[in-house]
Design a protein around this ligand. Structure first.
Ligand code: C5P
Length: 310
């Protein structure tokens, strides 16, 4: 009997993103602090006996996601995750993958990486591979720099390409407002703009050190201190490619955000609120500004990728 297995993986926001000079392979060494948020990508995996992989995509009810640009072929990271898992564990079955997207596409919140992480966990179970969490983490690193964190969740420091993770200690819950754009920004183009700005000396390269202010604010559960410690080396490049994001950061400021930042390589703007109540008020303010295509609230830290039990 074929059975459908479901897994969900969280979105992320970067609380610190320090970027070093590119390595010969084009990748940039990073020091980053990730926080998982309770916006989820869900992947349903149903084994097929014919060895084929098939992929379909839906949007979660009420989620501000335009999934029209999501590839349905072997270039989709969830498909590649299933393929890599099958190859590694000698699986000859195929799988129907159904993605239910709750995280903005190309938004700087690791939605595609979350699909890959959820596909790994769902397929590992559906195919009965017996894979350990550690084995899945090794495969996750091969799929992309943000995939290991999607698997890990909570709050973590990422070194190397961002895929070498150390859990961070936190206290309590942080409340976020996320303002998304219909048009995405491609991660490689934002890194390329970062390189151009460094060469043209329009931006200085920062030290690759873990930001102690961020770590202290997380431990204290203090959103005001965390808000003023948020940094992102990719924010300047993202603003250069999409100038209206600057107005959105100003609007978050006017709504008394503890801090606001472009998330990862953008274009989503993440604003940190003092409380759940403040997040709702700030979301209303940002919606009224009409500078974002959608505005949602979310809380972190959320769990990593988990199976959804029926
Ligand atoms: O690993 P992932 O596929 O998510 O990365 C997408 C792109 O982002 C890479 O092709 C590269 O251009 C850029 N990148 C980078 N340095 C990193 C992570 C990503 O230059 N540490």
């Amino acid at each position: 009997m074929t059975r459908t297995v479901r897994a969900k993986a969280p979105a992320k926001v970067n609380l610190q993103l320090a970027v070093g000079a590119p390595e010969p392979d084009g990748y940039h060494p990073l020091v980053t602090v990730f926080q998982a948020l309770d916006l989820w990508e869900t992947v349903e995996a149903t084994p097929r006996t014919d060895g084929q992989i098939r992929l379909t995509v839906d949007v979660a009810a009420g989620a501000p996601v335009d999934a029209s640009g999501v590839p349905l072929d072997g270039t989709n990271l969830a498909w590649r995750a299933a393929e890599l898992l099958a190859r590694t564990f000698g699986i000859t079955d195929g799988v129907d993958l159904h993605l239910i997207k709750g995280v903005p596409v190309a938004g700087g919140m690791a939605g595609g990486s979350a699909d890959a992480a959820a596909a790994l966990v769902a397929c590992a179970e559906a195919w009965d591979t017996g894979a350990t969490r550690g084995e899945l983490l090794t495969l996750a690193r091969r799929l992309g720099a943000d995939v290991p964190f999607s698997l890990h969740g909570h709050t973590a420091v990422g070194l190397g390409r961002g895929d070498d993770l150390m859990p961070a200690m936190t206290h309590g819950e942080f409340h976020w407002v996320l303002a998304t754009q219909r048009d995405g920004l491609s991660t490689p183009s934002v890194f390329a703009e970062y390189d151009r700005r460094i060469e043209a000396r329009e931006q200085a390269r920062s030290e690759l050190e873990i930001d102690r202010e961020v770590m202290t604010a997380l431990m204290a559960g203090d959103p005001v201190a965390l808000g003023s410690a948020l940094t992102n080396d990719l924010e300047g490049p993202a603003l250069a490619l999409m100038p209206r994001l600057g107005e959105l950061l100003d609007a978050a400021d006017a709504a008394e955000a503890c801090g606001a930042i472009v998330s990862g390589s953008g274009p989503t703007v993440a604003a940190l609120a003092r409380s759940r109540q403040h997040a709702l008020a700030m979301a209303a303010h940002l919606r009224a500004s009409r500078l974002a295509d959608a505005v949602v609230t979310a809380s972190g830290p959320a769990s990593g990728t988990v199976l959804i039990q029926d």
